[in-house]
Design a protein around this ligand. Structure first.
Ligand SMILES: N[C@@H](CCC(=O)N[C@@H](CS)C(=O)NCC(=O)O)C(=O)O
Length: 231
């Protein structure tokens, strides 16, 4: 897939979500003291709904990518929690490991929001549009590819419906690289600190603590991930 086509279809995928999930909700609640963990894969429409919920609730999360035929976190999910179904959320503060996207979305809004669930994250039309977003990306972020395992999780600043943030997420997923997703949608409380750290407000931004590399620009990030981790 050429770079221009990749950017175009990633924009189409965001359009399929009808402009939802760009902004943090005004009624966010308490923050977790332990980082949330999500077993998921990028192309899964159920996972997308949960990633958007995390984004509108301004919550960071450790992503454990579970693409099809994955050999790292898929077996871990089954061994620890019983089945290979995604998304699977681990909320250590609440002491829960949860399957089922609608139940996860309700849990997140109840515990970390006001309890009022974002209308655009529920119902059959949401699933249909989320599936459409996956279709226009033609299976990107769905199947595992061989890779080197990093010692520490990488860190990515962006948010789910940001078209340029999607491109590195797909690579992180296919290479089964764990990463902390710092959600930073419009209105995020994390924006000032991010600007202070990097000097500008632009997403995605990747930090790789394994090599001390930090970078903007989705094409540079994708190329870096391929060069450093793909086998
Ligand atoms: N009702 C579940 C459905 C989840 C589901 O079917 N997820 C698919 C991926 S989109 C899955 O886990 N498939 C099994 C697999 O990938 O091995 C939910 O809403 O979370």
């Amino acid at each position: 897939m050429s770079r221009a086509w990749g950017v175009f279809t990633s924009n189409l995928a965001s359009l399929a979500r009808l402009g939802h999930s760009f902004k943090v909700r005004r009624d966010i609640g308490p923050r977790p003291t332990t980082l949330l963990e999500l077993y998921e894969f990028e192309a899964c429409p159920f996972c997308r709904k949960v990633r958007e919920a995390l984004s509108v609730l301004d919550l960071d999360v450790l992503i454990k990518p579970c693409p099809k035929n994955g050999t790292r976190f898929r077996p871990e999910a089954v061994e620890r929690h019983g089945k290979a179904m995604f998304p699977l959320l681990i909320d250590a503060d609440a002491g829960v490991a949860m399957y089922e996207s609608d139940a996860i979305i309700e849990h997140l809004h109840t515990r970390y929001g006001s309890g009022r669930i974002s209308a655009h994250l529920t119902g059959p039309q949401t699933l249909a549009l989320s599936s459409l977003a996956s279709i226009v990306r033609s299976g990107k972020g769905q199947n595992a590819r061989p890779s080197r395992q990093p010692e520490h999780p990488l860190e990515l600043w962006g948010y789910d419906v940001s078209p340029y943030s999607r491109l590195p997420r797909e690579v992180l997923c296919e290479l089964e690289l764990p990463y902390i997703q710092h959600n930073i949608a419009r209105g995020s409380a994390a924006r000032p600190a991010f600007k202070e750290m990097t000097g500008k407000l632009q997403f995605p931004y990747l930090l790789d603590p394994n090599t001390g590399t930090g970078m903007f620009e989705s094409d540079a990030i994708c190329a870096y991930l391929e060069k450093t981790y793909a086998l």
